[in-house]
Design a protein around this ligand. Structure first.
Ligand SMILES: [Cu+2]
Length: 314
């Protein structure tokens, strides 16, 4: 294109060729490098700072938010540092690859790279799949990958976005039998009990924020490992629910929507009034042991909340 500098007609032809190339999909796709580094570390699992021996991506539970666009070439690298004791791996639910090669376990001290292209937009789960998978996930090896649609107008524009990832807490992370027997004590959003709920835990210091009238999109992932989630906004209604976060799956005016283990959906909510909604898993043993997040609607909501890095509130 840069070398074409002749008459206006030549420029028109060049533009037409360029558009045709775009339409045929032959134009070179954007390459995005994504690296995740498993780390076996102690992290707090409640607002008081009770520590738990987690296995993580990048030392965080959940792992980092991975965000790409439909059609990108994702060049992914997993670095399992030699200081780790266990093999780890990645399973991107947004990927269509060979499970035996791309998702294979990587030993401590080894690195794995593979390339893939997300062909469906949406909100997807990622997790470690190394044996025993139930323990690697229950210890904290999970996160979200958001694949934005190629068409920027496919979804109504969200004024704010938040990520909420649900997971059960098993008190002894070494006891795989308890995980198999579903003996959890609490259900957490984003790796801690009542993390965003000062109503049920006075030690909680964080809430999700937005202004009345704003469209708030919750990227909700159920990392399980065993329980289904019936996700409901107390004192609100989901304006739209998009199973797997895909615009073509739009559901309208729902009170709750079930997200199974290993599944994800995008939930849009708009509040006409100031006040709060409590986002809960309406299975009450789950809600009352930790799976409640307060979404506060105020006209002076912090403009940084629900944007940029603050879509997953640490
Ligand atoms: Cu792992």
């Amino acid at each position: 294109m840069n070398r074409i500098n002749g008459s206006r007609n030549v420029k028109k032809l060049a533009l037409a060729l360029c558009v045709a190339t775009l339409a045929s999909g032959a134009i070179e796709a954007r390459t995005v490098k994504v690296t995740l580094t498993p780390r076996e570390v102690d992290l707090p699992i409640d607002n008081k700072g009770t520590m738990y021996r987690t296995w993580t991506y990048d030392g965080q539970v959940p792992g980092p938010v991975v965000r790409v666009t439909e059609g990108d070439v994702v060049e992914f690298t997993l670095i399992n540092e030699k200081t780790n004791k266990n093999s780890h791996s990645i399973d991107f639910h947004a990927a269509r690859v060979n499970v035996l090669s791309e998702f294979e376990s990587v030993k401590p001290g080894e690195t794995k790279t593979f390339t893939w292209t997300p062909s469906y937009p949406g909100t997807f789960y990622y997790h470690c799949g190394s044996d025993p998978m139930i323990q690697h996930i229950a210890r904290g090896m999970y996160g979200v990958i958001i694949v934005d649609p190629k068409d920027p107008n496919a979804l109504p524009k969200a004024d704010r976005e938040y990520v909420l990832i649900q997971a059960e807490l098993y008190p002894n992370p070494d006891n795989q039998d308890d995980m198999m027997a579903n003996k959890w004590t609490n259900v957490m959003f984003n790796g801690a009990i009542f993390k965003y709920d000062p109503v049920h835990d006075p030690n909680a210091t964080r809430v999700l924020q937005a202004k009345p009238g704003e469209r708030v999109r919750i990227h909700f992932v159920n990392a399980g490992v065993n329980e289904f989630a019936s996700f409901h906004p107390i004192a609100g209604i989901w304006d739209r629910v998009y199973p797997s976060g895909n615009a073509k799956n739009a559901l309208v005016g729902l009170q709750s929507y079930v997200v199974g283990p290993g599944d994800a959906a995008a939930f849009d909510i708009i509040s006409p009034v100031e006040g709060a909604n409590a986002l809960v898993t309406h299975s009450l043993r789950q809600a009352l042991t930790g799976a409640i997040a307060v979404l506060q609607f105020t006209n002076d909501a912090d403009p940084k909340m629900g944007r940029g890095d603050n879509i997953l509130v640490r």
